[in-house]
Design a protein. Sequence first.
Length: 207
Amino acid sequence: LLKDELYLFTLSNEPTNNIKVAAIDDDRIANDEIVISIGTTETVSLIGLKGISADQWYRNIVMHDLKYDIKDLLDYAPTLAKQVSGKLPVNSLYEDKYQRIEGIDKLLVNDFEEIISNTIRRDRSKHPQISIESILKEISDIDKQMINIAYLKKEQVNLIDLENYLKSKFEQDNDILKNSKLSTRTNLRRLIRIYDYLKGESKKASD
């Protein structure tokens, strides 16, 4: 019925008893009526945030492809974080004006070393690379690239180089966090969290 009514509307451009044209929050539309809302991304109901996955969140930190207001994203972040062991990159999105969002303080990373595992910290001395550029010149395997970038100290990570590297991975496969093997997904998420932290620091410095 819905398909038939929508088809008739496209032919006539006249609302029928079953299809009305209105904004999604129009109080003329009763709650028990079926409503299709077609509009710009700004009119999308925030209910849609509940459909965001952790993979989409991580990709958005790099690609900025989620069309939601930053405050709305941060409002939802503590809820989404519960699905992924309580960790979610938010530093690059955060500003002091959002400090009253409940639970957001628990997601903020205050020290670069919080992102790095004890194993990586312990094994740093075994990996003498000094920059992302040198790693990419010497190593071709994606997992080895990522783990070696994670071995770099904070002052050795060039933010622009890291951003370009992460963007290239999503440009090659937009769903890399879904399609790749577990080790790649783990390493990529770690690098995104590093990027998120450094981007947040850069944002503070520019302010």
